[in-house]
Design a protein around this ligand. Structure first.
Ligand SMILES: [Zn+2]
Length: 149
């Protein structure tokens, strides 16, 4: 096996989050570890919100990337401890979310358009359990907030 773990990380960085295509599954902190045990590649992933149905899709995408890179001897472990939290998102990821019109995780929800905190929650559950739907009272923008956990 000539492929490096660094190359695998790079490949995984090209897999977008199915719900938030602006960020990758690596950006979100879903991919925890990539290592070789002898010849077997082991990838550890942690699901985000337990209610998110996208997890099995992400796993399939990882497998698709590995196999297209010629890696067939792999194991994908799902680790639930420590649980994923939004703290695992870097500031650059939060900036990408904001550019995509999604308020990043924070206790103070801010409109991604005008940065006003004068916002009201419309629904605790937006398009998915991960996101709440808000309305900005300043600029009338309707936006999703990636819930802080
Ligand atoms: Zn606004």
């Amino acid at each position: 096996m000539e492929i490096s773990t660094a190359a695998i990380w790079e490949s995984l960085k090209t897999i977008p989050d199915p719900e938030i295509p602006a960020v990758s599954i690596v950006d979100l902190g879903i991919v925890r570890n990539v290592e070789f045990n002898d010849d077997q590649l082991k990838i550890t992933i942690t699901p985000t919100y337990s209610g998110c149905p996208a997890f099995s899709f992400m796993k399939e995408e990882i497998i698709r990337h590995l196999e297209s890179a010629g890696i067939f001897n792999y194991q994908i472990d799902t680790s639930l401890a420590p649980p994923w939290t939004t703290d695992w998102m870097s500031d650059s990821v939060k900036a990408k979310l904001k550019e995509a019109g999604i308020a990043p995780p924070s206790h103070k929800v801010e409109c991604p358009q005008c940065e006003s905190q004068n916002v009201d929650v419309i629904s605790e559950f937006g398009s998915t359990a991960c996101k709440a739907l808000y309305k900005c009272n300043e600029c009338s923008e309707i936006f999703h907030h990636f819930k802080q956990i």
